[in-house]
Design a protein around this ligand. Structure first.
Ligand SMILES: NC(=O)c1ccc[n+]([C@@H]2O[C@H](COP(=O)([O-])OP(=O)(O)OC[C@H]3O[C@@H](n4cnc5c(N)ncnc54)[C@H](O)[C@@H]3O)[C@@H](O)[C@H]2O)c1
Ligand SMILES: O=C(O)C(=O)C[C@@H](O)[C@H](O)[C@H](O)COP(=O)(O)O
Ligand SMILES: [Zn+2]
Length: 345
């Protein structure tokens, strides 16, 4: 498992960490926002010769074209097998920068400095790397863990509120799948007023515990995908539209649909279903789904990575804090869950 450091002095901690390593050169991959808001906080910890690359921010750029530009930059700058990449940014930077590092010359070293809430609590940990392809989320990728993850909640000061809210969806997911007390505490505190450092540590501990037991998702790790079968389908469907959804916003819709399926298929109680729906609706509101979108969204679920052959497998809740996986769900049931979402006031 990667080394995880919670830092309140990012520049000093990074400098100390780098001081212990033996590398030939350093490259920093970031996006057009983190290059402005986050790079200045780490610049002085880097050697003068460090190279930087910034791609245009956003999920729409987490693709092969951007990877191609990153690999070209690595080649022109002469990165070798002893080079070290630092991914400075949100989940898009971590997933794609890590993927480029893990495949360039069959793999060079990389560390993550996650700067969005979502990447600090979820995406930077566990080694799932990849890009979107042909309209499907994370369709091409590898499992490779970073050497280290250095997390500083100070980066959250410049994070837009909608992005903070998006990250909160993964935090709610962690409570729902593994720790009902955590979920209930989140409910009481309200999403804007959280002690972030504490929350980040709790969520990372949940993710780490699951990943350590099943690093390559042959079983248990599938619970981290609760909300994602339907959620990814929504995220993909609306990716290039004007009402596109952030990852966490799509997962919030997915968690409502999948809580409904949990009620129908695994007996999640009516009370708990309601509790989940009310909480998510109060934070994320209600997204308007066009009727004609539904069949395409169901179709997108057929490419989910948890599926086996033509069987669409979900991770669903038995109760809050207890998630099961490999639950086969039919297309008609997925449709029913989306209609349930649509029927909410
Ligand atoms: N690998 C995994 O385990 C895993 C887990 C969850 C999500 N993901 C992936 O992560 C992605 C979502 O991550 P995300 O929400 O971080 O998206 P993101 O990387 O696009 O970051 C969100 C936005 O916030 C900006 N930003 C980031 N940090 C900032 C800061 N400190 N100040 C100002 N702006 C800042 C970014 O430039 C971007 O515009 C999705 O692609 C999702 O599939 C991966
Ligand atoms: O780490 C995991 O495992 C997860 O499923 C975490 C998810 O929050 C994350 O969005 C992940 O990238 C989804 O993976 P995928 O295998 O469904 O593409
Ligand atoms: Zn996710």
């Amino acid at each position: 498992m990667e080394f995880i450091l919670f830092s309140s002095r990012i520049s000093e901690d990074l400098k100390n960490y780098l001081g212990q390593l033996n590398y030939s050169q350093i490259g920093v991959i970031m996006d057009s926002n983190t290059s402005i808001h986050c790079y200045p906080s780490i610049a002085e910890a880097l050697p003068i010769a460090a190279k930087i690359y910034a791609f245009p921010a956003g999920e729409a750029n987490k693709n092969l074209e951007t990877c191609s530009l990153i690999w070209k930059w690595m080649t022109i700058e002469g990165f070798d097998r002893k080079s070290l990449i630092i991914n400075l940014g949100g989940g898009v930077t971590g997933d794609m920068g890590g993927f480029c590092a893990a495949t360039y010359k069959r793999g060079i070293r990389f560390i993550n400095i996650p700067t969005s809430l979502l990447s600090q609590v979820d995406a930077s940990v566990g080694g799932k790397l990849g890009i979107d392809f042909h309209g499907y989320k994370n369709h091409i990728g590898v499992f490779t863990e970073p050497e280290a993850v250095i997390i500083s909640d100070l980066f959250l000061k410049t994070l837009p509120e909608t992005e903070l809210r998006s990250g909160y969806a993964e935090i709610i997911k962690h409570g729902l799948i593994r720790n009902s007390n955590y979920f209930h505490c989140l409910k009481v505190e309200g999403w804007q007023n959280q002690p972030w450092r504490d929350i980040i540590e709790k969520s990372v501990a949940i993710k780490k515990e699951v990943v350590e037991k099943d690093p390559k998702e042959s079983g248990l790790r599938k619970i981290l995908n609760f909300g994602h079968t339907v959620g990814h389908a929504f995220e993909s469907y609306y990716l290039n539209s004007s009402d596109h959804l952030l990852h966490g916003e799509a997962i919030a819709i997915g968690m409502i649909c999948e809580a409904y399926l949990s009620h129908k298929k695994l007996g999640l109680s009516h009370e708990e279903l309601n509790e989940i729906v009310q909480m998510l609706k109060s934070i994320y509101g209600k997204f308007n789904i066009q009727k004609e979108a539904i069949s395409s969204i169901i179709e997108l679920c057929s490419q989910d990575k948890k599926n086996e052959g033509k069987t669409i497998n979900f991770s669903l809740l038995k109760q809050i804090g207890d998630c099961d996986y490999n639950i086969s769900v039919k297309n008609e049931e997925i449709e029913e869950s989306i209609l349930f979402y649509q029927s909410l006031n």
